[in-house]
Design a protein around this ligand. Structure first.
Ligand SMILES: [Zn+2]
Length: 390
């Protein structure tokens, strides 16, 4: 191995490894940290001292002694600063103020009326304002903002294309950084949801996870071997546009038979077209209420959406061999009527070895996967771990 020497960089890496070890596994003694990281005790002590001074780590209580003095234990200080996580939906902006461990301190949401970027930015500003006012005093203050958007985002945080918003080439990151004066990280909402579930929800401790976000469209966040897979240019995960019908419905992307036309909220629009009974409502929360009172047309619709979700998920399972599939997003409100047909379809169609140890579940964070994931991306960026993979 060729080592290019840059001691400052090596130190920074070691420090982030120590911090990450304490954050994930604390409380730990300095000896524990040394054993877990392979760094020698003197290095761990020096780096810990800096982390204590920066208030990112705190000392607490006494641990078990292995003979001699009982060691002080180290814990990550989640209260060292705050972040804001935002989900920019097609019709709604949601935002949460959290500490550095994803603990929600305050939340706000607002309808998104105008769809042009300026109007949406104004709504974001108004939604975030009361959160900033509610911010507690912390050593580092607001350290960053993360935002999930329904579209393709490049590595610099530029929204290349958001079809359901009608946006192209919107530099949301720079605009928000100018407004709030802190680093902003922008990513696709399915990626952000995957990060939320992996860090705080149904995907904890899962190394190979596919998160399917089902709302006004469908998208997937894919975590492969512990890392978010973004493809060559950051556009991976547009699974809503995989064809599941060769001569199917025409999609706004130009193709036909795209998965999201059959297995997301976009399927609602096709029910009356098919000549069957028109739906009694048009949103998932209203339709869920009808399903609860036994409306046959709505129950049929959700069974069919479940079956179609199962078909697409089968393709993902056979293609990626994940340990776990987590379905999240607004459609989870109709989970109880979707889930049986979805699971039956996967059980019937997925390859036997692929489904043997497969777990399929709905999101644990409910409608909060994306805001919490966005908040987590901001925390990661702050902790300097973004490019350090262990
Ligand atoms: Zn399409």
């Amino acid at each position: 191995m060729r080592v290019t020497g840059d001691l400052a960089l090596v130190k920074k890496l070691n420090k982030s490894i120590v911090l990450d070890t304490i954050r994930r596994n604390g409380p730990l003694s300095r000896t524990d940290v040394s054993e877990r990281t392979g760094l020698n005790k003197a290095t761990v002590s020096n780096l810990t001292l800096e982390l204590l001074e920066q208030k990112l780590v705190e000392e607490t209580g006494l641990g078990e002694s292995s003979g001699g003095r009982k060691p002080l234990m180290l814990l990550f200080n989640g209260a060292a600063g705050c972040v804001i996580g935002i989900e920019l939906g097609v019709t709604l902006v949601k935002a949460a103020l959290t500490d550095l461990t994803g603990g929600i301190l305050a939340e706000r949401s607002a309808p998104l009326a105008g769809q042009d970027p300026e109007a949406a930015l104004a709504v974001v500003r108004e939604t975030v304002k009361p959160l900033l006012e509610a911010m507690p005093d912390t050593p580092h203050g607001l350290v960053g903002i993360g935002i999930g958007v329904p579209g393709m985002v490049d590595e610099s945080g530029l929204i290349l294309y958001a079809p359901n918003l009608g946006w192209e080439g919107v530099d949301l990151r720079s605009r928000l950084e100018e407004t709030f004066g802190v680093p902003v990280v922008v990513d696709n909402e399915a990626n952000v949801g995957a990060a939320g579930e992996r860090e705080y929800g149904a995907g904890r401790h899962v190394r190979h996870l596919v998160y399917v976000s089902a709302g006004m469209g469908l998208g997937s966040g894919m975590i492969i071997d512990g890392q978010l897979y973004k493809g060559a240019w950051g556009y991976a995960g547009e699974t809503g546009h995989m064809s599941i019908e060769s001569d199917g419905r025409l999609c706004s992307c130009g193709s036909r038979g795209c998965w999201e036309l059959y297995a997301s909220e976009r399927a609602y629009a096709y029910v009356s077209e098919a000549g069957s009974t028109p739906l009694p409502a048009s949103t998932t929360s209203e339709l869920a209420a009808h399903a609860r009172s036994g409306d046959a047309a709505v129950l049929d619709l959700y069974r069919e959406i479940g079956r179609r979700l199962g078909i697409g998920i089968t393709n993902l399972v056979n293609g990626f061999n994940p340990e776990k599939i987590v379905v999240g997003g607004p459609l989870t409100e109709a989970k109880e009527w979707i889930e049986p047909a979805m699971l039956d379809t996967i059980a019937e169609r997925a390859l036997p070895y692929h489904r043997r140890e497969l777990a399929v579940s709905f999101s644990e964070l409910g409608s909060r996967s994306a805001v919490l994931g966005a908040a987590h991306l901001a925390v990661s960026q702050f902790l300097g771990r973004v490019r350090v993979s262990l």
